[in-house]
Design a protein around this ligand. Structure first.
Ligand code: ADP
Ligand code: ASP
Ligand code: MG
Length: 437
């Protein structure tokens, strides 16, 4: 039996958190592979080391001094080193980060230092083997993960009788150059390692006792989900439930390895299990989770008879492809199409894109709306119950919330409604109150 345990930033914020991790890891022999994030926030107004490293890069770019930021990074780690009496010279790393910044080196290598330092300190503290992610987590040149090569590189380390600590969030390209993942990527490292060692469980330790039905920042004390399927969680995390990186699901799903979300601060809680399929012996409710995101833009295109114009939608999508903008959702009417994209992705060229659609599709009626939130209602139980979508729509109507777009996947496990940004939290709380509570 082997377990891969990933600890998020808040679990490594100070010496007290390190002690909690040690207790958790020592409790079970099976907790053999430990993946760590960079040192996170100790309190609300503290800073994550990864954010500080990004800030150094920004200061460098604008010719501003980053001495104070590097000092903050050094002090944070120095406090942990002192309190835990570790024999580690952090100054050497700070010198190295400064050299990399000064010579404008690969910025990923600088950003990866957060995870690297956490893993070095944690390995010392646990008396475990440190295995650098640059030697084992392998990317292809196109940025995708090479799981086969990762397996080949990592499996020899498993022979060690010690526990193994690996930094999350980065790996290397075939030429050895360090590459980081997208934010929150340590979840992916844990998942990939669980895949390659065929772990029995992938434990993801964080600061909440599992996945809540809704974001706890919107609903106070929401109910907690006991069991959820990969498919449901994929919908939830793609649409905003930030508890787990959405790309971390595929590697474990491929091997049918369950994910167990656990709380480092309350290890006695059982957390949430994420599995391939649930037996649902209990009569489950229609809704497993409600999630969403703000700040989308809708580009609506209407043209008479466009539905019978072969290739019309393809031509619209090509415009987005030309601008390298990924499309989040497409909803269609008879002679109209709405393309929904992330506001951030079209910040600089929203009007250019709309104009190009007008010209290349010979269509006058192109409008923009940049105040959209998407709320996603997820539940394997919806398939079996008729009329859930109708009930949601009338509930929102009763509460004066105007629905701008509607979309339901063919597998009927999610319904997405688009509402104005100012109605985002209200939409989630109405659905929660009626269907979950
Ligand atoms: P870590 O640093 O451990 O990776 P994250 O901050 O990435 O932790 O994820 C945990 C956070 O996700 C929680 O503190 C919580 O605020 C947030 N969160 C958002 N939606 C949910 C949800 N549906 N269930 C639980 N937590 C959620
Ligand atoms: N440290 C990285 C971040 O802040 C990766 C992670 O924590 O998973 O995004
Ligand atoms: Mg995270």
């Amino acid at each position: 039996m082997i377990k891969v345990c990933k600890f998020g930033g808040s679990s490594l914020a100070n010496a007290k958190q390190y002690r909690k991790i040690k207790k958790i890891v020592k409790e079970e022999e099976e907790r053999k592979i430990i993946v760590v994030s960079a040192c996170g926030k100790e309190s609300r107004d503290d800073h994550k080391v990864t954010d500080l490293l990004y800030l150094c890069l920004a200061h460098k770019q604008y010719g501003m001094s980053y001495d104070d930021i590097l000092k903050e990074i050094e002090d944070k780690h120095q406090r942990i080193i002192k309190e835990l009496k570790l024999d580690y010279d952090i100054k050497k790393d700070i010198v190295r980060i400064r050299q990399l910044l000064d010579k404008k080196a690969n910025s990923d290598e600088i950003i990866a230092y957060g995870e690297y330092l956490s893993a070095r300190l944690m390995a010392l503290y646990l008396k475990a083997d440190f295995v650098d992610a640059r030697d084992v987590i392998c990317f292809n040149y196109d940025g995708s993960l090479n799981i086969e090569k990762t397996r080949e590189k990592f499996l020899p380390y498993l022979k060690s009788r010690n526990k193994i600590v690996v930094p999350g969030f980065y790996g290397s390209l075939p030429n050895g150059v360090i590459k980081t993942m997208s934010r929150g990527g340590s979840d992916i490292t844990g998942s990939v390692l669980a895949n390659v060692v065929e772990a029995d469980v992938y434990e993801n330790w964080t600061d909440v006792s599992g996945i809540y039905v809704c974001d706890p920042r919107i609903i106070r004390d929401p109910k907690q989900i006991e069991t959820i399927t990969y498919a449901e969680l994929r919908e939830m995390s793609y649409m905003g439930a930030s508890v787990l990186h959405d790309e971390s699901i595929y590697p474990v799903k491929e091997k049918g390895i369950p994910i167990n979300i656990r709380n480092t601060n309350k290890p006695e809680d059982r957390g949430t299990m994420i599995v391939a399929a649930c037996e649902d012996k209990k009569n489950i409710g229609p809704i497993t989770g409600i999630t969403g995101k703000k700040d989308f833009v809708v580009i609506s295109i209407a043209k008479i008879n466009s539905s019978s114009e072969v290739g019309f939608l393809k031509k619209i999508l090509e415009v987005f492809e030309n601008y390298d903008v990924s499309v989040v959702l497409v909803t269609t009417g008879i002679d109209s199409f709405s393309i929904i994209v992330d506001k951030e992705d079209v910040r600089n060229n929203m009007y250019e894109i709309a104009n190009e659609i007008k010209v290349s599709l010979k269509c006058e009626d192109v409008s923009l709306y940049d105040n959209l939130s998407l709320v996603c209602v997820v539940g394997r139980g919806m398939r079996a119950k008729k009329g859930i979508s109708g009930r949601i729509f009338s509930l929102l109507g009763e509460n004066g919330i105007n629905i701008r777009t509607i979309s339901q996947g063919a597998d009927e496990i999610s319904i997405i409604v688009g509402v104005d940004d100012e109605n985002y939290a209200k939409t989630i709380s109405c659905i929660y109150e009626r269907f979950v509570k």
